[in-house]
Design a protein around this ligand. Structure first.
Ligand code: KG4
Ligand code: ZN
Length: 343
């Protein structure tokens, strides 16, 4: 039987990415043009700069993805694109490119929610089993998502303020580490011990998250040390931050596991690349709940890429999700809403 080929475009933040994936499983190509080196100079993503670079890169990345997959547009069954959430100017470039391709080659257009992409990245590793619990941890999101069945999403808890990735990047910045801070906090924490006491995140709903108090607690700790002329070890502070932040993640995930008894639990999003979090899930959850299958995706599947959008796009396509040519980028789109079929 002929495979279903999805070409997907992802441009929600600082990666211009295009992939071709067969049957939502087999990667034929997965091209990512990252802007990290540019944003490093500014210590963070400047949205206007990011959009500008997407415009410069997008055509080349599309061509390369088709070339590497050894296909032409005529072979593609549908064009998927991240509609949101993300930076509006950045999303806009991807949506325009995808609409143009769909229109010019008479292909169905499939809008995809970025978080659905992060969750479905795990389908590149293994078959997903439902009910499924996803712990989504990225630069913009911290969510516990329950999927009773394929392509059904229920948000059990979300962050009340900062996303975990954002908090990690901020902690990295105050420690004088390069962008993206979370990656370097992970690196230096390996040499440190979690010996400093920081504010533990508190939330009303046991499955919600909050990281701004913890972030402030790190800032106050550094200020206090400076004021009192006391020294502290950056590695120990990084380790203490990670211990507190990921401890909070695990507590909430465990609460959801006990309440919902999923068949599978997956990690998703950029922060899933964190070595401390991966170890905590392995030792703190997987070894304890042996009747649940835990999927910790390889690092390449964690951070933004278009293969994950192609996989979610394939599932959306088979569920009848379609976008028309007045589709626009939607930076605030909700996951549950995005899963609905479009006319
Ligand atoms: O999923 P992603 O690529 O983009 C969004 O959808 O936001 O996640 C990016 C985030 C950044 O905050 C980055 O610092 C964080 O993921 N990240 C990490 C690690 N690798 C990426 N945070 C902690 N440890 C890591 N190893
Ligand atoms: Zn992402």
């Amino acid at each position: 039987m002929k495979q279903t080929l999805i070409l997907a475009v992802e441009s929600s933040c600082d990666e211009t990415a295009v992939a071709v994936v067969a049957d939502g499983k087999e990667i034929l190509s997965n091209v990512v043009a990252t802007q990290i080196d540019v944003h490093k100079e500014f210590g963070g993503v400047i949205p206007e700069v990011a959009s500008r670079i997407h415009v410069e890169n997008i055509s080349m990345v599309i061509e390369e993805a088709l070339h590497k997959a050894n296909v032409v547009m005529e072979d593609i069954d549908a064009v998927a694109v991240t509609q949101g959430p993300g930076l509006v100017g950045c999303l806009h470039i991807g949506v325009q490119a995808a609409k143009t391709l769909a229109w010019a080659f008479h292909k169905p257009l499939v809008p995809v929610h970025h978080i659905a992409g992060h969750i479905y990245a795990n389908r590149l590793i293994t078959d997903l089993k439902f009910p499924l619990l996803a712990l989504v941890v990225s630069g913009g999101h911290t969510e516990l998502v329950y999927m009773k069945d394929e392509w059904s999403f229920e948000i059990l808890g979300t962050t009340q303020d900062d996303a975990i990735g954002e908090a990690g990047d901020k902690v990295g910045r105050v420690l004088g580490l390069p962008y993206p801070g979370g990656v370097y906090v992970d690196k230096i924490a390996k040499e440190g011990k979690p010996m400093y006491k920081l504010a533990r995140p508190k939330t009303e709903n046991p499955m919600d998250f909050s990281f701004s108090g913890l972030k402030s607690s790190v800032l106050q700790f550094i200020d206090r040390c400076k004021r009192k002329n006391e020294t502290f070890t950056a590695a120990d502070l990084a380790a203490s931050y990670q211990e507190t932040a990921f401890g909070a993640l695990l507590e909430r995930a465990e609460y959801a596991l006990q309440k919902y008894h999923p068949a599978q639990m997956v990690l998703a999003g950029g922060v899933a690349a964190n070595s401390c979090l991966r170890e905590k899930v392995e030792k703190g959850l997987a070894e304890k709940y042996k009747d649940i299958e835990f999927i910790i995706p390889p690092l390449s599947c964690c951070t933004d890429n278009a293969a994950m959008i192609a996989v979610a796009g394939y599932i959306a396509y088979t569920h009848g999700v379609r976008g028309d040519f007045d589709l626009t980028a939607d930076p605030g789109i909700e996951l549950e809403e995005a899963a609905q079929s479009h006319a």
